[in-house]
Design a protein around this ligand. Structure first.
Ligand code: FEO
Length: 167
C-alpha cells in the first residue's frame, strides 16, 4: 500500500506530466502554423512521451493500491517568437521537471519507500536523456540562427522522429 504523502505527490506529478504533454502539443500546433512540419512532428512525439509518463505514474499509483485524483490541467501558451524560443522554453521546462522528479526521489527516501525509489530511478535516467536531446536541438538551432536552408534540413531530420512506447 502506498502512503498518503507519496500518493499526494505522485498525483501532482500525474498532473505535471499531462501539463507537459499539453504544452508540447501546443508547441506542435504553433510549429505547424509556421510551416515547420518536421519540428511539429518532433513536438507531437514529445507530447506522446509525456502522455506515457503520466500513464506510468497513474498505473503505479493504482498498482500500489492508491487513489488517483485527476486535477484540471493548466492552459499552456499558444504562440512563441520562432523556433529558438520554443526550444529554449522546452529546455527550461525539462530542467523544471527534473527538479520535480528529484524532489519526489527525496520524499521517497524520507518516507523509506524503496519501491517508489526504484520506480523513480527510471524517471531520473529519462530526464538526463530528455535534457540532452532538447539541448542538442537547441544548440543546432542557435548555430544556424534558426533560419535558412539549414533550418529546412533540420526540419526534415525532425520529421523522422518516432514514438517508442515506454509503458
Ligand atoms: Fe515527463 Fe519530459 O518529462
Amino acid at each position: 500500500m502506498i502512503n498518503k504523502k507519496i500518493e499526494q505527490e505522485f498525483n501532482k506529478q500525474i498532473n505535471a506530466e499531462f501539463y507537459s504533454a499539453y504544452l508540447y502539443l501546443s508547441m506542435s500546433a504553433y510549429l505547424s502554423s509556421i510551416n515547420l512540419s518536421g519540428f511539429a512532428n518532433w513536438m507531437e512525439i514529445q507530447f506522446q512521451e509525456e502522455m506515457s509518463h503520466a500513464l506510468k505514474f497513474y498505473n503505479y499509483v493504482i498498482e500500489r493500491g492508491g487513489s488517483v485524483e485527476l486535477e484540471a490541467i493548466e492552459k499552456p501558451r499558444s504562440s512563441w517568437n520562432g523556433i529558438i524560443e520554443i526550444f529554449e522554453e522546452t529546455l527550461k521546462h525539462e530542467q523544471h521537471v527534473t527538479s520535480l522528479i528529484n524532489n519526489l526521489m527525496t520524499i521517497a527516501f524520507e518516507e523509506k519507500d524503496h519501491a517508489s525509489v526504484s520506480f523513480l530511478q527510471w524517471f531520473v535516467d529519462e530526464q538526463v536523456e530528455e535534457e540532452a536531446s532538447v539541448d542538442e536541438v537547441l544548440q543546432q538551432l542557435i548555430l544556424i540562427e534558426g533560419k535558412g536552408s539549414a533550418l529546412f534540413m533540420l526540419d526534415r531530420e525532425a520529421k523522422a522522429r518516432v514514438f517508442n512506447p515506454v509503458v
